[in-house]
Design a protein around this ligand. Structure first.
Ligand SMILES: Cc1ncc(COP(=O)(O)O)c(C=O)c1O
Length: 410
């Protein structure tokens, strides 16, 4: 790759990074206009209901290959639904990944459960079934993997542990809409799949989420939990205790149009990765491992530094940024168990619940050495549906320039 004589590789501003958001257009507008004109912004009734949430759920369930889908108000709500619908309660342990967004973990605490961190496989940065097995205790009730940054976790290995130990398998699919393992989409690989539709996600309604399941009982629990104990589909108002996590018709209208673009979105982001990978490998970088039989969606593009580069991924990504190309560490290089909230254990209630509950054994956090090692070596580059060859070539040139500087500094 030719190197410019002076200044950074990239002089122009970097384009907006996102997926479905960049494809919002006439189709979303048409769906939203229909809902606004109908004045029926609530999914269950209105002057002239359009049933966009119903349509979104039916199409999403079909897309994922699940019996049921339930649209909710956010991805956090979706994970809360997953944990609550599996009946996780006081003192029950849920095994979670040590590298993820906090919403993958907080719903466990808010259900009274105890998140337990297990380590990852170095090359995939997804939960390692062997470490999960070691983390199981008689109190364990579920495993809650994330398909981190679009790469399917080893669901075959995790399912083996789940079946052997009689645990629920709750998938956090917030980064992985459209990814699959052995021909089955994520969201159809566990007992319940939880998706976010927030603006940065593969498809978006600004805020929003959806859960998928084949299990009639889990689905009924999820429906009731998201609507104050009501199941308006079956006409039952019997409880149990629930909240309001309903999706509005406006969100559903956008989500429906976005869903119809998902395959195209996946194709674009994966073809960006397909262009970058051989070029980065030629420079010596090591792509993140894709597990056999899986088709990821490249939510971001991760490379491990070669051994000859002694500096950390944090230092290296700073060199890439100096070239005008965004780069960083996976989740800023911070294991989830080092997030401030797990240190301060701040709560709004003065009693400090749930951290002070007698059954809450969250006090003892297991460190994950494999993850800590991986975070120091993995450099994360963004991916987007609006990157052209220019952005991709600039990424390669910026990495090449950073490698040159890193070798000089060694
Ligand atoms: C892994 C993971 N789980 C859950 C969520 C929560 O989604 P939301 O922001 O829609 O509440 C996110 C969102 O960023 C996420 O990355």
């Amino acid at each position: 790759m030719a190197r410019r004589k002076s200044g950074p590789v990239r002089k122009e501003p970097w384009p907006y990074t996102g997926f479905g958001v960049n494809l919002i257009g006439r189709e979303e507008l048409k769906e939203v206009q229909e809902v606004v004109r109908s004045k029926s912004l609530f999914r269950f009734y209105g002057p002239d209901p359009r049933h966009k949430a119903d349509a979104f759920e039916a199409e999403f369930a079909r897309y994922i290959g699940a019996r049921h889908a339930l649209a909710v108000s956010s991805g956090t709500a979706a994970v809360h639904e997953g944990v609550a619908a599996c009946g996780i309660g006081a003192g029950e342990e849920v095994i979670v990944p040590p590298v993820t967004f906090i919403a993958n973990i907080t719903p466990v605490l808010l259900c009274g459960g105890v998140p337990v961190f297990a380590d990852v496989e170095y090359e995939t940065m997804n939960l390692d079934p062997r470490s999960v097995r070691e983390a199981v205790t008689p109190r364990t009730k579920a495993i809650l993997p994330v398909h981190l940054l679009g790469f399917p976790a080893d669901m075959t290995g995790l399912r083996e542990v789940a079946e052997e130990k009689d645990l629920y398998l709750i998938e956090d699919c917030s980064h992985a809409h459209g990814a699959s393992l052995r021909g089955k989409k994520v969201g159809a690989l566990g007992d319940i799949g939880c998706f976010s539709l927030q603006l940065n996600k593969m498809i978006t309604s600004g805020e929003g989420g959806i859960v998928t399941t084949d299990d009639d009982r889990i689905y009924d629990n999820a429906v009731r939990f998201h609507d104050h104990g009501y199941n308006r589909f079956s006409g039952s108002h019997a409880g149990p205790l629930g909240l309001n996590y309903r999706m509005s018709e406006l969100q559903a209208a956008v989500a429906l149009a976005q869903l119809r673009k998902l395959d195209k979105i996946v194709e674009i982001v994966n073809s960006n990765a397909g262009y970058l990978n051989p070029r980065m490998e030629q420079l010596g970088l090591i792509p993140r491992k894709i597990i056999p039989g899986s088709r990821p969606v490249h939510y971001s593009i991760i490379y491990y530094l070669p051994d000859e580069i002694k500096m950390t991924a944090g230092q290296f990504s700073e060199l890439v940024r100096e070239e005008g190309v965004p780069a960083g560490q996976v989740y800023s290089g911070q294991p989830a168990y080092e997030l401030d909230i797990f240190k301060t254990r701040a709560t709004i209630n003065r009693a400090g619940r749930p951290f002070t509950d007698p059954l809450n054994r969250f006090r003892k956090i297991r460190r994950c050495p494999v993850l800590e090692r991986a975070l120091k070596r993995a450099v994360s580059l963004p991916n987007s549906t609006n990157y052209t060859r220019k952005e991709l070539n600039d990424m390669v040139a910026a990495v090449e320039a950073a490698l040159r500087k890193a070798r000089k500094q060694a």
